[in-house]
Design a protein around this ligand. Sequence first.
Ligand SMILES: [Zn+2]
Ligand SMILES: [Zn+2]
Length: 1020
Amino acid sequence: MSGAVGQSEEQACEAFVAWLDRRVVAAGRGDGLERLEVSPSGTFWLGRLACEDEVRKGAADERSERLDPCAIGIRLRPAAAPSWSLSVKVRARAWVQDPKDGPDPDRRWWRSDLVEEVVSVLVGAEGGSFGGKQLADAFAAVGAPGLSAEVRIDVEDWHRETELVVQLVNTSPEKPPGLKDSHLYETQIEVSGLATAPFQLEALPDSFRYDRAVPAYGVNVGVEILASGAFCTSDTVAVQTSRPQYWNGVYEQPDLSFETLASDPLPELAKLVDALAAYDDAQWSPTALDTRQAAQAWTTAMRAEADRSAVEVFAELGRLRAGLELLRTRPEILRAFQLMNMAIARSARGRGYSAWRSFQVGFLLSAIRFLAEPDDEARYVDTVWFATGGGKTETYLGLLLTAAFFDRLTGKAMGVTAWSRFPLRLLSLQQTQRFADALAGAEMVRKEEGVGGTQFSLGFLVGRAGTPNKVVPKPEGDEVTPDSPGMPDRYQVLLYCPFCRDENLKMRFDRERWKLEHRCTSATCPTRGQALPMYVVDQEVFRFLPTVVVGTLDKAASIGLQQAMRGLIGPPQKVCPVKWHGFTYAERSKSPNGCLVPDCQGGKVLKPLPMDAKRFGPSLRLQDELHLLRDSLGAVDSHYESLLDHLQWELCGTRAKIVASSATLTGYDRQIDVLYQRQGRVFPQPGPRAGESFWTTPTTQPLRRFVAVAPRGVTLEHVSDRTLDALQRCVRELVDDPAAVCAEAGVEPRHAAMLISLYGTDVVYGTTLYDVEAAGRSLGSNNTVAGINVEQLTGQTDFDEVRAILERLENPEDDFAERIHVVAASSMLSHGVDVNRLNTMVMLGLPLTTAEFIQTTARVGRKFPGLVYVLHKIGRERDAQTFRHFEQYVRQGDRFVDAIPITRRSRRVLDLTIAGVVGARTLMIREPASRQRLSTPAKLRDYARNSGMTPAAEAAEVARVLGLDGAEDSVHREQIAEWLQAWFVDLEDPANKATFVSELGPRSPMMSLRDVEASAPIHD
Ligand SMILES: [Zn+2]
Ligand SMILES: [Zn+2]
């Protein structure tokens, strides 16, 4: 196999991954070792079997039996009635300790020769034990007398059908005379000669999509079917997935290059829609479903489910057709779409791609109607379901730029087109950079094509500990001043210049303009040294209202506290006459004329808004990682989403279109209803079969090899350390002796340097910060390989450091010894970290949600074949379950995703959010309408009296805003009424000590949506 002529990079990677896996499994089992200094039972984690007596004695529960089991086995369904005849080939070894004066006193443990015995079994319905004497003799023959084992057959029939459990059981005594270790090692069984029928996986709602047959189940092991038809146990469960391709080869492929869609998009888009129509007809027509129903013996329920899916599929086709028709008939929509393509072409230049994937264009077509019919389309939330594959962010950006150009072409010359939100801590710098790149492309196109309005720009609006809310002239509290430590460099957000990609950016605080600026230092940059159109300080975002605001979800809370947040949902007040001061908001003691620049000398006479105030409302709100909006965070956000809708409606008479991305489809319609009080639509509709749709089809190219490990007898941490140690040892051998390793692994030596780069950095992923830190620490001490450089990437890692680590990962040091060898990461890694060099991962236990599993493992093997070890915390029931169904878990992960727990009717959450709704209504609606300051209780009191505000009326309005005005919400309405009673009492009380309006009432508005404990479950 070695030295095959013309081995491709991918083939080399595939062979190397297989070799790495063989080596890791060998390290786990102890293959190939002759002698050992330390006890093998404290070292090896695969293939070992404890003795039955010890397991029985040590613990009576199933949990500890899983931790160091005494049996491995295969569960089968015999095709015929008893009795049954079968052969069971047993393989095992022993480790024996020499006396102190033995031949090698430093390494007293030696490994026996292989025991390999075929046990013949003829068994009836009562089951039985076989081969005991035969196996005991065989152990004696290899120098381990006293060890014993048997093949045990259990017959079970409580599952309706008869099942055989064929097991190898270690029956050795706990202390065999003359032996120090009663474990068996490197155990394996092979069952042949029995006719079997497959198990049928339990029918789930959409089971018509899946192959439900499972030939056999392993007991404490995986099962492979050999070429001979025999069932063989494997120490790990390996599942190889294949790389999808983004076009279904049956149909003529349209040219979806950015260039073509920029110049002449209609013919190619028509081809795409026609191909989809033909596919849907071939797969989903009643005739097609009849055929499948007959061939696959669908139940009536399965057919009904398929029929329902077909309705959705044809509705989706209808939306694409409507989108295409709009491009044909509405010149400004066509023009916006073309300009967007020109912009994306620019931002993609030199990055190895120049065309859309078909599903991306499909989504754009299906969603574009919101430009033509914004009111009608705002009733729906369109969700991109990205199990489909990579390219979600680009899909967003396509939609976002189309909307931005459309706004400009239709008279919205400034202000925010889209506010894009990520859940807490999940907005990465790389992700932000992609937004900046797209907008820079759009800005260049805007200029060249003479599209009017202010320049396209990006705002970065993140919660606590990100970038400053504001910059103040003199030190006060923890506010940032131009001279604060680390200013201005520590707030660099961009990784490189989005216009010319030069990495030498310089941060600068411009005192005259009172702006924190990114500048590009390249002499050839089109920005010519001007500040990049990028705003990272909250107040600058409000002053300049960038075209796109990208940020974290928690920031929405500011709407109840900060008047200047108004620019994100509606018009600002006016414009400061001083150049570079920007939009103004309500007057406050620190901003007497409403200008947010400290000590503004612009005076009281401000300039009017240069555009119709109503057009300041954004066209789009985007929500990334929708599935994470659950529990209390989901509940809180549902209230704030309603508030945003309410404010924009009051101020502009419009509703923003909401677009989201989600990793799961389970229950998304209910989640959308709870969160946004709108109807959910998902794109793309799942295909007729799992893993296959119009938009993607599987190929033969390897994507990721998932290896499930159920550690035995040692800790998970030990296994993680040893696995990483083995992986690092392999790569170091390749560095030191490429010829030998390449020959052994079956790769051409010319690929060695590439393989060292692609497989030389391992990720160890922990679901808790504690796990991640422990993994990082223990690697330093518990390894046989010296000089492993470990870096951590968690939510706690500073921006600067993240940037530096990403930089080193992208551009590794020449000398392997200086590179990062292991990245210890938390879920922070799973969002927007796209490094093609990360191809091996060790997962410490299953993540809490399947969505996290899918997303996290997607970080490795992005371009080249990946290898993922999933170390199961096998004592936990959920991990044990998943280990048993690991193949289905990997291949059908999306159906294992639990429905998202969410409600908007949590009284505990309502208690937190009422203040924000009342505060926002005061700041955003009452204050501007009153044309006076309402920032102090005294002023608001006067206003309330004069305008006839009452607790009852305000309570009714708050209930309506929050969608808690239905018949079943009387308890909530009462709660709101009581809250407002208390608020009015405070307001009416001249002796009340509150300085600010926000201090009135039972509690102040939330500072951040994070203030609610995200993990606490919430109920109606
Ligand atoms: Zn530049
Ligand atoms: Zn000013």
